[in-house]
Design a protein around this ligand. Structure first.
Ligand SMILES: NC(=O)c1ccc[n+]([C@@H]2O[C@H](COP(=O)([O-])OP(=O)(O)OC[C@H]3O[C@@H](n4cnc5c(N)ncnc54)[C@H](O)[C@@H]3O)[C@@H](O)[C@H]2O)c1
Length: 261
């Protein structure tokens, strides 16, 4: 096992990619704090981690609240005594054209995806600097490397995450802390279920969510929609010593799909 006795925190770990990451870290020996705005789902994941023989803790956290994020780190330190791996994964999306976009939708995407990344990684870094080691991994997106109609706000937030990670990596390198981001492509989660539904509604002309999902798979050179486990494997790599000489990177995990328009 590559992460025996390490302490990891994963935000947005109640479902989807975050849950997949939390379980993969636990399978490699880590004790994992399950942080999510949805405490009910987080508590279910805690049980699954405990069934794997690891320790776990559910913490209700809204990543846009500095107070709640600071409380997450405090509770982690009280229970486990160290913070070795921080995965800043919580994120939201919505789909609307810029011309009609309500200001609140812009703020919602920016607040959760970009400000949330800042608050979570800042609080983690404050602890990791005391330890002089740590691994920070942020879930960005393929959307952080290109543009697509109806998701300007989401794409801008994810471009921001990638740029932020590059800068933070330089600040923390002298302290023995690496900071990297993962850029998933199309991954089967609740977020994607919502997006294919919206995509079909925006397209109209009888398009169905299944049509949109099939197109996503067809645009993917490896020929399928990704799974949370596909992302989790790369997060484990960044959380382990195998990635010791890597920092400030934004790695695509997209089945070969690229979004560089
Ligand atoms: N699914 C994809 O195709 C895809 C592709 C690229 C990037 N991503 C990114 O992966 C990450 C996870 O997405 P997912 O597909 O698993 O989505 P999801 O909606 O299935 O899960 C997101 C989780 O984050 C939690 N969350 C939402 N707002 C929060 C907040 N303010 N504070 C704390 N937790 C909050 C939700 O409760 C949920 O458990 C996101 O950052 C997303 O942008 C997803």
């Amino acid at each position: 096992m590559r992460l025996e006795n390490k302490t990891a925190v994963v935000t947005g770990a109640g479902q989807g990619i975050g849950k997949g990451i939390a379980l993969a870290l636990a399978r490699e020996g880590a004790n994992v704090v399950i942080s999510d705005i949805n405490l009910t789902e987080a508590t279910k994941v805690v049980r699954e981690i405990e069934e794997l023989g690891r320790k776990s803790l559910a913490v209700k956290t809204d990543v846009t609240s500095k107070k709640e994020v600071d409380d997450l780190i405090k509770k982690t330190m009280e229970k486990f005594g160290s913070l070795d791996i921080m995965v800043s994964n919580a994120g939201v999306s919505s789909m609307e054209y810029v011309i009609d976009m309500p200001e609140e939708k812009w703020d919602f995407n920016m607040d959760v995806n970009l400000k949330g990344t800042f608050l979570v990684t800042q609080a983690a870094a404050q602890q990791m600097i005391k330890q002089q080691n740590g691994k920070i991994i942020c879930t960005a997106s393929m959307a952080g490397k290109g543009g697509v109609a109806t998701q300007a706000h989401y794409n801008a937030s994810k471009h921001g995450v990638i740029a932020y990670v590059k800068s933070l990596a330089q600040e923390l390198a002298p302290c023995g802390i690496t900071v990297n981001s993962i850029c998933p492509g199309s991954i089967k989660t609740s977020m994607q279920d919502r997006e294919v539904q919206w995509g079909a509604e925006i397209r109209g002309a009888g398009a169905t969510p299944e049509d949109i999902r099939e197109e996503m798979a067809n645009f993917t050179p490896l020929g399928r929609i990704g799974l949370p486990e596909d992302i989790a494997k790369v997060v484990v790599f960044f959380a382990s010593d195998e990635s010791a000489f890597m920092t400030g990177q934004a790695i695509n995990v997209t089945g070969g799909q690229s979004n560089t328009m």
